[in-house]
Design a protein around this ligand. Structure first.
Ligand SMILES: C[S@@+](CC[C@H](N)C(=O)[O-])C[C@H]1O[C@@H](n2cnc3c(N)ncnc32)[C@H](O)[C@@H]1O
Length: 211
């Protein structure tokens, strides 16, 4: 994603602590008091401008959602949307995925979504891919027993890598689809990147696994 500096992003984030947590110091978040109920918590890591998670939250009021993104200049676009139309079951979190163990208690999350993660095509950058084993270790720790990891991408190399990482890890593959938009899969919610790349004719691939 091309990044532009967005003027005022930091100030806007700082002025809405009820909608977004700017996790500068990697403090533990008290999930028991973040939402007004005990509904399951689903997170999206690398949510970009937040279209997917906002729609999910709108359609599923009995699930709490946390949209995670590391860049101010990107997450501020999701923040603008929730300022306009807040949802009681959606919080935003500005942080890096590699810090999530300090931020959430072990076994506190019910589902993780990774949508169109940055592919990092060079081998020497493989460790930065959000489906690398070092991130699977983090997700395993965060997720409750039997909880699912959902991965979606149009990038074949990243999909192949993610397939290998998840099958080499002690986890079970539940679902693999190489052409999601021409499959029986119901209720797919498109992300910003998914709209853009499917219009170009790219096939969308999806994988679901649990630890
Ligand atoms: C290619 S974009 C996809 C955005 C969105 N999920 C979509 O499908 O439209 C990937 C996003 O993941 C974010 N990201 C990449 N690595 C991250 C990390 N380690 N922690 C948090 N966010 C990350 C990037 O900043 C970027 O906004």
């Amino acid at each position: 994603m091309r990044l532009r500096h967005v003027k005022g992003a930091k100030d806007l984030i700082a002025s809405h602590p009820e909608l977004i947590i700017d996790n500068i110091d990697n403090e533990l978040i008290d999930l028991d008091n973040l939402f007004i109920n005990d509904f399951p918590i689903h997170i999206e890591i690398g949510m970009g401008k937040g279209k997917f998670i906002y729609t999910k939250a709108l359609l599923n009021p009995n699930i709490n959602y946390i949209g995670i993104e590391r860049f101010d200049s990107v997450i501020v676009r999701a923040l603008e949307k929730v300022i306009e139309e807040p949802l009681s079951n959606l919080m935003l979190l500005r942080t890096d995925a590699q810090d999530l163990r300090q931020i959430f208690k072990s076994k506190s999350i019910d589902r993780i979504y990774l949508n169109f993660s940055d592919p990092w095509p060079k081998d020497r950058h493989a460790k930065r891919r959000l489906t690398h084993k070092r991130f699977l270790d983090i997700y395993k720790d965060l997720l409750k027993e039997d909880s699912e990891l959902h991965i979606k991408t149009d990038n074949q190399e990243l999909f192949q890598f993610s397939f290998e990482e998840t099958t080499n890890y002690p986890m079970n593959l539940l679902y693999v689809e190489l052409d999601l938009h021409n499959s029986d899969f119901k209720d797919n919610i498109m992300t910003e990147f998914e709209e853009k790349f499917s219009k170009r004719g790219n096939k969308i691939q999806k994988l679901t696994a649990k630890f």
